[in-house]
Design a protein around this ligand. Sequence first.
Ligand code: ARG
Ligand code: ZN
Length: 882
Amino acid sequence: MRTDTGQIVHLADYRPTDFVLERVDLTFELDPTNTKVEARLIFHRREGVDASLPLVLDGDELKLSGLLFDQKEMPANQYDATPESLTIRDLPAESPFELTITTYINPEANTQLMGLYRTNGVYCTQCEAEGFRRITYFPDRPDVLAPYTITIIGDKTANPVMLSNGNFLGGAGYDEGRSFAAWFDPHPKPAYLFALVAGDLGVIEDTFETMSGREVTLKIYVEHGKEPRAAYAMDALKRSMKWDEEHFGREYDLNIFQIVAVSDFNMGAMENKGLNVFNDKYVLADPETATDQDYANIERIIAHEYFHNWTGNRITCRDWFQLCLKEGLTVYRDQEFSSDMRSRPVKRIADVRHLKSDQFPEDGGPLAHPPRPDSYREINNFYTMTIYEKGAEITGMIATILGRDNFRKGMDLYFERHDGQAVTVEDYVKCFEDASGRDLSQFFRWYVQAGTPLVSASGAYDGAAGTFTLSLEQTTPATPGQPNKEPLHIPLSFALILDNGQIAEPKSVTGGEVTGDVLHLTERSQSFTFSGVSSRPVLSLNRSFSAPVNLAFEQSPEDLVHIARHDSDLFSRWQALTDLAMPNLTQAARDARDGKDVSCDPAFVAALLECAGDASLEPAFRAQALNLPSEADIARALGGNNDPDAIHAGRKAVHEAIAKAGEEIFVRLYNEMKVEGAYSPEAEDAGKRSLRGVALSYLMYAENSPQRAAEAFAAADNMTDLAQSLTLLAHRFPDVSEATAALASFLTRFDGNPLVIDKWFSIQATIPGVDALERVKALMENPRYNAGNPNRVRSLVGTFAFGNPTGFNRADGKGYDFLADQILAIDPKNPQLAARLLTSMRSWRSLEPVRAEKARLALSKIAKASNLSTDVGDIVERMLKD
Ligand code: ARG
Ligand code: ZN
């Protein structure tokens, strides 16, 4: 394990390599515990580089067992090998040379799941960000691009499937008992996109005809017997390929595209060139075992990894500081894809909820960092919500500022100008400037400034003059290492909604730039005056969440109701209902803490129920509106000194008030939203199921009985309905026999299907209340739990820490102690997984003082442990920094 103290890497220190890598030729002789890797690398010294400089290659836990220079043994005095590096001196000044490096590695012992490892008897790799250096000594950085030839030699019976990147060259018997397969990837790529998979796997196959008429073979590999569950992923892949042609003009570029699903994987999936490797959770689905959400996730992640072929692979990152160049852009692209496949406003609402509940806390806490950081200790800790989701928001804002056509022109220019290169965020933004003629230099601050900006707004209508004046002010709070912030270019979509629901079209505007329905806030404070406004308008601001900011805008409940009724932007209607809900929820939390009765503003309840019963609104939208802000959202709105029990109790009381007032509507929805006929994962049916599920949830508050959920559980003929009813039963009535019986029957029915048992773990790990910890501990003793498998750990320990605010934050601090012990136990085996779990405590400072102190003690215990990985060490140190 790497226990180096983790040196800090600075963006400012970037310089190109001294040696240029021309070609890579790798031969693997597979063995579960002793795989031989022979790497033949052709280099030449970069022009102008001092001939005395050595070549330094990266390693991680490696042992050199052979080194040839142009096929001859390298003299021992010409090189130094340590587990972390190979330094070679006296290399030619100009002419190319070939190094042949031999290492032996142990895939079976690789519990970090970085480099070459084994999962359920299958060889598999994960090389992003720095895993390739665990396979062989290499210039392991994203700006070193070369074509790869791969030969895999392995036991014939154990490895009927042997895959790598690119096109298949050939394969046959190799020697007695072994066969070989050879692959060639002509597209120069960095090592992080290398992949190898070998083992005995089942496959489904299809084809796709590209826009220029080429036929591409598509294959998805899964464990034998699971082939039918890969059909939806295949369908999503074909739709992704088509969509990228139609929307971005991007055609696939090899004659084969392969996906492999594995059961041990640290992340969601990986975009290796031509050979994506997936966490099986994001490939396998059928109606009996996957929820609507699982289907949507599969569609999204299949698209995401496929889209990386152009945004990430053909054009990659110069260095890891540029990670959001590929991740933010690719998330933007997958969001657009899902919006086109499903309902755009509902997708936007879901994405914004996710951004606010997970990225905003990150950006407002000790782990805040800019989308383009300028230093890091452990790059694996930067696969964050900020890099991905805020990164996507930034590209979305570029699209908003430029408009659709210029955005597309900028993307086209990016592909044309930088194909085959490893580039920076500056290069990317320059393409949009050049294509549109618009100066984006102020806008660029979004990439380098951390923190969620706060935009304060106030509006004034002057009836006599027929003008509406909007005064705006922006501030961005200080974040670690960034005490002072510059004003940003914030594009705010807006509408002035008149009494009759029509949108005003002002004659003119002064005070700043407005393009179409977008107002450009560029100063710290700025006033826009609109003229020709005939009656007092209601301002709808930051429509569609055009900028990822917090908005402080005192709007009366009447105005919010007006927006909730009339805005043509559905997102804003949802936002208005949320804005109506929030003061009720925060007040309810305060009342619950003070032992007072909780009351609810009838105007809010009426508006919500009006929306619930409005048949002209799509069911998925109504479900989103009825899903009140989460406990984490309320905590954020309260801003500090938080008591998770009070927040939970207050939120529950608000639910009860809504449930009582709307019982009739909920009964009607529950009956009307029942989906008849065969299950389809498509948005329309999924929307009905989600609205029916929310209705059931309210009815359980109104009826205060497990009865209806127990019936729904018994009647369910798909996993969505089943998991929904089981969750409600277990969360609301954990101790009644209906709940325990349902949990037991679920287990019996799905035993042997680990991905479904993960749901069983998660549902129980998120049962609110102080007992959750004992429940989680007991489940860890269950033979179906496996502390070495990331999906198991995340579904039990992860959902407990991230998704059970009252259980995890119990006042005696035992939740934190438990997590600390888990982290210390997992860290030596899988530091990435441990570090990720630890981020569940990122908002510890906003807890009330008693809990905050307990959290601090648990974090200190982690910090003081010996042999911490760089991953955990880096996170815990940042979390404790004042
Ligand atoms: N590039 C992958 C994706 O976004 C994620 C890989 C993350 N790997 C890591 N070791 N952190 O799809
Ligand atoms: Zn990605």
